[in-house]
Design a protein around this ligand. Structure first.
Ligand code: DGY
Length: 317
């Protein structure tokens, strides 16, 4: 009998699904009508869980899976899994560390350029035939230059560092904040987020949300100011969303590029309607290259766990 894998999220790379199906008995939980009934009947048979960084798995559900050998997160965010409980239980939780760094950093820079150069508004202007209707160059307001902007990075982990490398190539002076200064980072460390915001033209959020919920509030946005841009490729919960919508509506910041939101897939109407926001549907790691690499790491973690080995990517054991 093949080991049983419970899959909580769709995987978009066919080759990864094929591999999973050939090696394991896979149950697609997201297609299950009565999930509680399924857990009562089959929970005790599950060997491995595959989930997304944003979806995670609840402690209540973990408690219904007594034979579980691994929670393989197809992503890097661990904030939706109770790591303390998993550590106590001796249960490996793995993540695809390093696999999505470049893509997330690419999207951060893309969102920042899109926001300060009004790329989406420009696209709509052409697409909707407005250029022919209003051919005067003054029909579109001038934008802001990205090259040379003072970039403040919040969270200098893998993604933060990759954003810094890219921004440096655009001639941007870079400063950062984190829980502590990092010896191996040459950029200036700024302990207080408000100070970083005050001295930045763009604030890029790359931090884990576990210890930083709501850190970007009205005071931070006001410190960033009416010429400042906010980019979030980390977690929606880092930002006080009502404060952000109010700041955008009043022009208290210049714009925001957002890939993540507090209550995905629901995005506040005010953010959707704002001319100052550039929005994505939590797509930062969504390329073929990265998703294939992530899928391979998930496959490796499950294989190691079901063989009785400690998964190399385990964060809890
Ligand atoms: C992650 O890896 O945490 C991404 O945000 C997807 O959830």
């Amino acid at each position: 009998m093949k080991p049983q894998v419970l899959q909580l999220n769709p995987i978009l790379v066919p080759a990864v699904n094929d591999q999973l199906a050939s090696l394991y008995q896979v149950h697609k939980f997201f297609e299950t009508a009565d999930q509680q009934a399924w857990l009562r009947q089959h929970g005790a048979e599950v060997d491995a869980v595959v989930t997304g960084g944003h979806t995670g798995i609840s402690r209540a559900m973990l408690e219904q899976l007594p034979k579980l050998k691994v929670v393989a997160i197809n992503g890097v965010g661990t904030d939706a899994v109770d790591l303390t409980y998993c550590r106590e239980r001796g249960l490996p939780v793995t993540a695809t560390l390093g696999a999505l760094t470049e893509d997330v950093a690419d999207l951060a820079i893309g969102l920042l350029i899109a926001a300060c150069r009004n790329l989406c508004a420009g696209d709509r202007f052409v697409r909707d035939g407005l250029w022919e209707q209003y051919p005067a160059p003054s029909a579109i307001p001038l934008a802001r230059r990205f090259s040379g902007m003072r970039v403040g990075i919040v969270g200098m982990g893998r993604v933060g560092r990759a954003v810094a490398t890219r921004a440096a190539a655009f001639g941007c002076p870079i400063r950062y904040t984190d829980l502590r200064a990092m010896d191996d980072v040459a950029h200036e460390f700024v302990p207080a987020l408000a100070d970083l915001a005050r001295g930045s033209d763009a604030l890029v959020l790359c931090a884990a949300a576990d210890k930083a919920e709501g850190i970007v509030d009205a005071a931070i946005l006001d410190a960033l100011g009416p010429r400042g841009f906010l980019v979030n490729v980390a977690r929606g919960r880092l930002v006080n969303e009502p404060d952000l919508t109010a700041a955008l509506a009043a022009g208290r910041i210049a714009g925001a590029g957002l890939d993540v939101f507090v209550d995905e897939p629901r995005v506040p109407e005010a953010l959707r309607q704002s001319d100052r926001s550039t929005l994505q549907a939590h797509r930062a790691s969504a390329t073929w290259e990265t998703r294939a690499a992530m899928g391979q790491m998930v496959l490796d973690s499950i294989a190691q766990a079901v063989a009785g080995d400690r998964p190399a990517m385990s964060l809890t054991t």
